[in-house]
Design a protein. Structure first.
Length: 419
């Protein structure tokens, strides 16, 4: 998840991080690099961008360090991690091992040549090919600069008890979703809990609608100047606004944390979010019966695929002095038992063959994974410099579709002109 951080705080974090591990991450205690003699300890910095995964990774790091006394891995997990990482790149101070989402930051850094090449690496032997292909498509390169570690999915979280009480089946089409929302509203309950105060949460609905209605090929055609948002995204925009009609009154005053707690307390029947929210919801209400189903964006059920992508990939900086130790740590994380431990805590999905997510709350997604009815997140194909979440948030407040689509085209062209 993405959080906003004021510049002053980011600066303070940078000073702290650089003084604590900037140069020390590439040195060894009692030796001079990875080939240190007896008693030497190689220090590896593991930098990753998921705040909610910090504890899960710390448990695995402790296990690794205990099994490998000559290597000491330390996790760095700052707020606004991607901005911090780009700043460190400018200072030529990249961490040894990096965990990132398969997004625009990964794409741009991969294309800049700062990550190791994992093409045909033995680390990939148990990784599902579909996720490898996904990364290659995103970068447009045959060279693979990251190892897929975990996958996530987004859709509609739902209160199973409330659905059962109202006699509602899981919607398979857009019309069925709206009919369910109407039935919930008629019963005096809130259909969707919305959290527009945090702009990034608006991306979940955008990502749910775009693939089925427009399709990811749009973005390649947009790069080639063959299509425009104003001609292709009107239905997406209309359905974004339609969902607003079924949210609570103070949607623009509530953020992600508010939504997790409110949904856990039964304040809405549905919550448009991803599996990453499930651990937080269960913290607020451990006994809640919840599930998640793919968002039905169209009235053609065959087009309504599950939105899923590489949530965390692991990569190594080319500048590290400890490539062997860094790869050993990644190989450890990819071991089935360690992958399973991570996805069980994070309610995520493994990229490793044979490692499955068995949590009952995500059982409704199993058929999509088994059949391969999956599609990547649309915002993975949109330049981060466009600040898509802020554009969407502004649109939801003003409700001006023409201005919204025009802004998407203008911002896309503005970013493209800088390259």
């Amino acid at each position: 998840m993405k959080k906003t951080l004021h510049t002053v705080i980011a600066g303070t974090l940078m000073v702290s991080m650089l003084s604590a591990c900037g140069s020390g991450g590439n040195k060894s205690e009692g030796g001079t690099g990875a080939g240190a003699g007896a008693g030497g300890t190689v220090k590896i910095e593991f930098f990753q961008n998921k705040l909610e995964a910090k504890d899960s990774f710390n448990k695995l790091i402790t296990k690794f360090n205990e099994a490998n006394p000559s290597i000491q891995v330390t996790q760095v997990n700052p707020p606004d991690a991607e901005t911090v990482l780009k700043t460190r790149l400018a200072k030529k101070d990249l961490p040894d091992v990096i965990g990132l989402g398969a997004n625009d930051t990964y794409i741009s850094l991969s294309q800049s040549g700062v990550f190791d090449n994992f093409t045909n690496d033995a680390l990939l032997s148990n990784v599902q090919p579909a996720y490898i292909d996904m990364l290659n498509k995103q970068t447009g390169s045959a060279e693979l600069n990251g190892v897929p570690f975990s996958a996530n999915a987004s859709g509609v979280l739902y209160n199973k008890a409330m659905f059962k009480e109202l006699g509602i089946d899981i919607p398979k089409t857009w019309n069925e979703l709206i009919a369910a929302a109407d039935k919930i509203k008629a019963a005096g309950k809130t259909p969707f809990y919305l959290t527009v105060k945090d702009a990034w949460t608006s991306l979940v609905l955008f990502n749910s609608l775009e693939p089925g209605i427009v399709g990811l090929d749009f973005f390649k055609d947009r790069k080639d100047g063959k299509v425009a948002f104003k001609d292709s995204f009107r239905e997406v925009a209309e359905k974004q606004l339609k969902i607003l009609d079924y949210g609570q009154k103070d949607a623009f005053g509530k953020g992600y944390n508010d939504g997790n707690v409110a949904f856990a307390k039964g304040e809405a029947a549905m919550y448009i979010q991803g599996v990453w929210a499930i651990p937080e919801i269960k913290k607020a209400n451990p006994s809640m019966e919840l599930g998640i189903f793919p968002f039905p964006s169209t009235n053609d059920a065959a087009k309504n695929k599950l939105v899923s992508g590489v949530d965390t990939l692991l990569t190594i900086s080319k500048s590290t002095k400890h490539k062997e130790e860094a790869k050993k740590f990644i190989a450890f994380l990819l071991q089935p038992e360690n992958s399973k431990a991570y996805i069980d805590e994070q309610k995520a999905f493994s990229t490793i063959k044979g490692v499955v997510q068995s949590d009952a709350s995500v059982a409704d997604l199993n058929s999509a994974f088994e059949s391969g009815s999956l599609v990547d997140f649309a915002d993975h194909y949109i330049p981060g410099a466009m600040n898509l979440s802020a554009i969407i948030q502004d649109f939801l407040q003003k409700k001006d579709i023409d201005q919204y689509l025009s802004t998407l085209d203008k911002e896309w062209d503005k970013v493209a002109s800088r390259k």
